[in-house]
Write a protein that binds this ligand. Structure first.
Ligand code: G1P
Length: 289
């Protein structure tokens, strides 16, 4: 029996330099896709997968994220007074259970691995999910639900993976693979951002993970990897051989909302899924052919 997956760590300390000037005074995770901030997609996906406890790893200038999941008393009272039940329902749906969301601060930007290590007290001895809000996934079954199901099947560590163009391996964590049934792959090695000529495959990790707490011990050594940063991928690689480690080719389309093109494409793809917007969007897109 696998230990139930109830915790998620969501790193939100990144500077968002690729979206300046929009992110000068605003957290990049608050950028909306259609009408919902990126961070809310991540939290909703986690909840759908049965996550009950959240740890946001924040940094300077990220207070709006914490506010977003709180009760906005004055706003809600005003909406109630003005008889706007739909708007009120949207706000109520965001609220998290009292005490279920904590934040820790990553004081210095030493990399994703360091950000996760900052959540070590929250993680304790439990398995935990990681969601990187920049990676937005449009799918029938939420991506983390797919991972959580795979975790119950295999136990151990499971990461979401997808094939990327070979020339892009230096943007991702890349897998060496063993047994592969087309959906689940056995991970035999992991390397962060290898150049295409040395990459062991073109199967890359995307921002959804289910990890065992032992990864924290490896992070604690603070070894520097690619880009001089403490890399989560390097710490995960040390678990291989000691615990099950699988990649899951998830069902769905991933948008890299950490960059402008992916972010713009996500706007269109998500708008086309909305019954209230799809026709209007499809119609104005005709003007850009
Ligand atoms: C991070 C991880 C990388 C992973 C990627 C997915 O990289 O380090 O292994 O493939 O997220 O989006 P970053 O995008 O922070 O450079």
């Amino acid at each position: 029996m696998t230990k139930p997956l109830r915790k998620a760590v969501v790193p939100v300390a990144g500077l968002g330099t690729r979206f300046l000037p929009a992110t000068k005074a605003m957290a990049k995770e608050m950028l909306p896709v259609v009408d919902k901030p990126l961070i809310q997609y991540a939290i909703e996906e986690a909840r759908a997968a049965g996550i009950e406890q959240f740890c946001l790893v924040t940094g300077r200038g990220k207070t709006a994220i914490v506010e977003h999941f709180d009760i906005a008393f004055e706003l809600e009272a005003t909406l109630r007074e003005r008889g706007k039940p739909e708007a009120l329902a949207l706000l109520e749906a965001i609220q998290v259970e009292p005490g279920s969301m904590v934040t820790v601060r990553q004081q210095v930007p030493l990399g994703l691995g360091h950000a996760i290590w900052c959540a070590r007290v929250f993680v304790g001895d439990d398995p935990f999910a990681i969601l990187l809000p920049d990676d937005l996934i449009l799918s029938d079954t939420p991506c983390l639900t797919q991972l959580a199901d795979a975790y119950r099947e295999t136990g151990g560590n499971v990461v979401a993976v997808t094939e990327v163009p070979h020339e892009h391996t230096n943007r991702y964590g890349i897998l060496s693979i063993g047994r592969d049934d087309g959906r689940l792959v056995e991970v035999t090695g992991l390397v962060e951002k290898p150049e295409p000529d040395v990459a062991p495959s073109n199967l890359s990790i995307i921002g959804r993970y289910v990890l065992m707490p032992e990864v924290i011990g490896h992070l604690a050594r603070m070894e520097r990897g690619a880009g001089g940063e403490v890399q989560l991928t390097d710490a995960m690689a040390k678990l291989i051989g000691t615990q099950p480690f699988h990649g899951l080719r998830y069902e769905g389309r991933r948008f890299d909302c950490g960059g402008k093109v992916g972010f713009l494409e996500a706007q269109i793809a998500f708008a086309l899924k909305r019954p209230d917007l799809a026709d209007a969007v499809r119609s104005f897109l005709q003007n850009y052919k």
